[in-house]
Design a binder for this molecule. Structure first.
Ligand code: C5P
Length: 696
């Protein structure tokens, strides 16, 4: 660990002498207690796992005991000290106790609660600053703003945190420094226990949940009071926090990049809004921690009632804040916003728009221009996938401009469309292949090939998606687009839309277009109403034309069988039949209807789901293809929950086990009106390479 043996740590006698010399009496107000024992310092550095070259941020270096320990381990340290006297003296201590390491030590005199990435740009090391001022022993060190010497992106926070502001400092730093992957900090033992507490524990509270938004907290060693000067009257402990990659639907999915640096993209703004909404909910819920949530969140939920929102998230309304995991707070906040957006009467007022607006488009530096061949060795290639879907709720309202107003609960299923794009000098070549998913019964690509045969490659959604992204970043060359299809064609499962979504993702990557998820969703909506969902996957609520997506927590991986019809049903025809039915338009679903469906979905309650699945296009689809009714009847007799998805003609049969799915797939495949069957499961959103930039 002692990478830098030329460093001498501070001893108790040196610290006492320094305090006397400087007339420093550690102040209670700033929560100052200095660690005096070199053994304790080395223990902290060891537990932090600091290695040579690590970019460490230290808050509250004080006299420099821990700073020297970090430099001894070879780290590159940026220290943030609020007390001007201590900040003024620290360089001299470093120059005398670690002269060889002063080039990897930077100092900022500032309140850590106000520290921002912009403060860590263009720093001068203590050594450079001392040389610049001509004072070998240092002196008042300040941040150089004119010379851009070094920009610092902290990876690890290692600190003996000022005890009175430990939690706000931690939350602030994780919020504003996305580069910060880990923290090992010393705090009051009670605070450490609170940070690491899990639901149900007496000490589980606001700090525990908010820290869990960013990652996982773990208790480290306890540190004796005797190693401090002055000796505090509280116990101390180390706590380690590790930032975690989140998937959509989990806490922090929208919270990885926040703090809103100038020039933040619409997606970053959206993420920050979500973090604020979740933190506000956490504060509200714990403000009345003894109350049941249905009462404690009454005013927060207005104009909605708290109880159905809680139930829809699978949360017992009589539970208390201290029983909920952070993911559950996220689910509540998200659903409330989704429902408010969905029931917004005035269009355009919603706060849940997919991030739109101007973005910066970076063209790939090495893009071939028309007539130029990309290098043989490194073809510019990218691949992305998007899943097929079923609609657990599809409620239609009036139509306007040829599109109906919809309320949808989308659920992705384990069928993937994969699009691979390789750039080429000119022209777009499209190649489509078909794959049977595992377990398919009676599968033959003939039906799907036939269904696609009339489609001009120029009109293929993958081609159109590529052209859209290329136009955004000024790319004028060509591309070879390969689609591998698993989702049945023209079957109401958004296979074509998934091609569009996967192509948007792959094009964004291969062209380094830098479009945000919200920007891609906006392009996707211009290709087709189901395309935005393909970008998100998992479980989503959608409204407007079905193109405004709100991701929801992922549902359980329930089993289903798809009975694919040999016939196809064009969506516009089904909507026309819906309009012609002459019955009064069904009202869009009410809040209790949606929440009851989600509640059954998250609980995996089959009996309840059977009653709540709704598709306003089922009757028109059945009237166009009455033979689907027979498939539904057979599946119902076998104990499944059968329904038509989207505009059909696929019949979806929910069953409660893999064995039943396999058996039912075999039986339904025998029917004359069934081309083939696919036993599947619901799937969670995927973090693939093309999406990682947003979700990791
Ligand atoms: O957007 P997409 O191309 O997938 O839609 C196909 C057709 O489905 C539309 O042309 C329209 O006839 C119908 N549709 C609708 N209302 C929606 C979505 C689609 O009427 N919200």
């Amino acid at each position: 660990m002692q990478e830098n043996p030329a460093v001498t740590l501070l001893t108790p006698s040196v610290i006492h002498r320094l305090c006397r010399q400087l007339d420093i009496r550690p102040t209670k107000q700033l929560g100052q207690n200095f660690v005096t024992e070199p053994s304790a310092i080395r223990k902290i550095v060891r537990e932090a796992g600091v290695k040579a070259g690590d970019q460490v941020l230290e808050v509250g270096p004080g006299l420099g005991s821990l700073t020297l320990g970090l430099l001894e381990a070879g780290a590159c340290v940026t220290a943030c000290e609020i007390d001007p006297r201590l900040a003024g003296f620290l360089p001299a201590t470093i120059l005398s106790h670690a002269p060889g390491a002063a080039r990897q030590m930077y100092l900022i005199q500032k309140d850590a609660l106000k520290l921002l990435p912009a403060d860590l740009v263009g720093l001068l090391s203590i050594a450079e600053d001392a040389e610049g001022s001509g004072d070998e022993r240092g002196g008042n060190v300040s941040v150089a703003t004119s010379t851009s010497s070094r920009d610092f992106s902290p990876e690890v926070l290692v600190s003996n945190l000022p005890y009175n502001v430990a939690v706000p400092v931690l939350l602030h730093l994780f919020a504003v420094f996305p580069s910060l992957k880990r923290a090992l900090v010393m705090v009051q033992k009670e605070v450490a226990l609170r940070l690491c507490a899990t639901p149900g524990s007496k000490v589980y509270g606001v700090p525990s949940v908010k820290i869990a938004w960013y990652g996982r907290a773990r208790m480290g060693s306890e540190i004796s009071r005797r190693v401090f000067y002055p000796q505090p009257n509280v116990d101390s402990a180390l706590v380690e926090i590790t930032r975690e990659i989140k998937t959509p639907g989990e806490s922090g999915f929208m919270g990885e990049v926040n703090g809103l640096a100038p020039g933040a993209t619409p997606l970053e703004e959206q993420k920050e809004k979500e973090r604020q909404a979740v933190f506000n909910l956490i504060d509200q819920a714990f403000a009345s921690r003894r109350k049941m949530l249905r009462a404690g969140l009454k005013s927060w939920a207005r104009p909605l009632a708290a109880e159905p929102v809680l139930k829809a998230c699978g949360i017992d309304p009589t539970a208390r804040a201290e029983n909920l995991r952070v993911e559950q707070f996220v689910a509540i906040a998200r659903l409330q916003r989704a429902l408010l957006a969905g029931f917004e009467t005035q269009e355009g007022k919603s706060t849940w728009e997919n991030g739109s607006g101007e973005g910066e488009y970076k063209a790939h530096e090495n893009l071939p221009v028309a007539g130029e061949t990309p290098t043989e060795k490194a073809p510019l290639k990218a691949r992305a996938s998007a899943n097929g879907k079923v609609n657990l709720l599809l409620a239609a309202g009036e139509s306007e401009d040829g599109y109906h107003r919809l309320s949808i609960v989308f659920q992705a299923v384990s069928l993937k469309e994969t699009v691979e794009i390789t750039l080429q000098p000119a022209g777009i070549d499209l190649e489509v292949s078909f794959s049977a998913p595992p377990g398919a019964v009676g599968y033959h690509p003939g039906r799907d090939q036939q269904a696609m045969s009339g489609l001009d490659p120029q009109d293929n959604l993958a081609t159109r998606a590529f052209v859209l992204v290329a136009a955004q970043c000024g790319y004028q060359g060509g591309a070879q687009i390969k689609i591998n299809k698993q989702v049945p064609v023209a079957a109401g499962m958004a296979g074509g839309s998934a091609d569009g979504a996967a192509a948007l993702l792959a094009a964004n990557q291969v062209l380094a277009a830098g479009l945000t998820l919200g920007e891609l969703a906006e392009l996707g909506a211009s290709l087709g109403a189901d395309v935005p969902f393909g970008l998100y996957g998992g479980t989503c609520f959608a409204d407007r034309r079905g193109d405004r997506i709100t991701p929801l927590p992922p549902a359980k991986p329930l089993h289903l069988v798809v009975a694919v019809s040999p016939e196809t049903l064009p969506t516009p025809k089904v909507f026309q039949r819906f309009d012609q039915a002459g019955v009064p338009l069904t009202a869009l679903p009410t809040l209790p209807e949606i929440t009851a469906l989600l509640q059954a979905l998250y609980a995996g309650d089959f009996g309840a789901l059977a009653k709540l699945i709704r598709n306003d296009l089922q009757a028109p689809a059945l009237s166009l293809l009455p033979q689907l009714g027979a498939t539904i009847e057979v599946a119902r007799q076998q104990g499944a929950i059968p329904f038509i998805t989207g505009s059909g003609p696929s019949v979806i049969c929910l069953v409660d086990s893999a064995e039943k799915a396999e058996k039912l797939a075999g039986e339904l495949a025998q029917l004359e009106q069934v081309a083939y069957t696919l036993p599947l499961t619901f799937s969670a959103p995927e973090i693939d390479l093309a999406r990682k930039q947003w979700w990791a």
